[in-house]
Design a protein around this ligand. Structure first.
Ligand SMILES: O=C(O)CCC(=O)C(=O)O
Length: 286
């Protein structure tokens, strides 16, 4: 059992099943402030908020940089990954009611080019993430089977960058819903098979996913950014970007664009370009 202050979960569950949830990391007031910030950004930037919130928004928005480095989140991540931690990427998974967006069954490890596969995602709910709103669904224990082959669909309503999905069927009785209330998070292993259905609720489903690695993990295919979140980095496998000085400031935009350029180059390096629709644009690093 990991217990520090109000944060508690069975670490052995994470190692056996590939995930742990629910873990409370935010109070109601903090959750409300962050949720309002996302809603405001979406209102003020209707055409491009989806894009910039989708990938590495911790480099654009101080509040989400601080959330990624916040104590309760890091205490839980440290319990599964150890004391020396980097934030490799982050992004919102936003599903509005009725927009048909879904996430196909996949393993995160497929295209990220990170080795060894000791990566965990903290998925923090800002609105209820339940079956009706299209919560995360996982196949418990699937992280132990190694890397499974994926195919790229580039389907428009698929929220993943390449519409990648595992090349084997997942049956409904294998899958488990991860239900989270606002302010709760789940942790999932990079090899865990997971996905999600469209949002059938009457409110947006808003989840902030942060990808953590221990400092010894390496990036294949190039040099990307990672923020030292806790402990020390004796390896220096990544370049270290600054905390954004203000939300959407010019320097934060420069850092953000550079992070996307580097990660997208790696993501698309192995893409089946010939199957991509002409003019296809990356949606993010997932
Ligand atoms: O939020 C979702 O529905 C999917 C999230 C996901 O695939 C991930 O965090 O790796």
């Amino acid at each position: 059992m990991f217990r520090r202050g109000p944060v508690a979960f069975e670490v052995s569950d994470y190692h056996e099943n590939g995930f742990a949830a629910p873990i409370r990391v935010l109070g109601d007031a903090e959750t409300g402030v962050l949720r309002d910030e996302v809603a405001r950004l979406r209102r003020e930037h209707p055409s491009d908020a989806g894009q910039f919130l989708g990938t590495n928004c911790h480099l654009l928005l101080p509040s989400f940089y601080d959330l990624a480095l916040s104590e309760k989140v890091l205490d839980a991540v440290e319990a599964v990954l150890g004391p020396n931690l980097l934030v490799w990427s982050s992004g919102f998974f936003l599903k509005d009611p009725g927009d048909e967006k879904f996430v196909s069954w996949h393993q995160d490890s497929t295209y990220w080019g990170l080795e060894p596969p000791e990566i965990t995602t903290a998925w923090i709910a800002l609105t209820p993430s339940v079956p009706e709103s299209g919560c995360l669904r996982v196949v418990p224990g699937s992280h132990t089977q190694g890397q499974v082959a994926h195919v790229d669909s580039f389907a428009e309503t698929n929220m993943l960058s390449r519409g990648q999905e595992i090349a084997v069927d997942v049956t409904e009785d294998e899958a488990q819903d991860i239900e989270l209330q606002p302010g709760e998070m789940s942790l999932h292993h990079v090899r865990l098979v997971h996905g999600s259905e469209p949002n059938r609720a009457r409110y947006p489903r808003v989840g902030f996913a942060v990808r953590y690695i221990p400092t010894h993990v390496r990036q294949n295919g190039g040099r990307t950014f990672a923020v030292l979140a806790r402990g020390r980095d004796d390896y220096r496998h990544f370049d270290s970007p600054p905390r954004p000085d203000a939300a959407l400031s010019p320097t934060a935009w420069d850092t953000h664009q550079e992070s996307l350029r580097r990660t997208n180059a790696i993501l698309m390096a192995t893409a089946a370009q010939e199957t991509a629709a002409p003019g296809h644009r990356l949606k993010g690093v997932d």
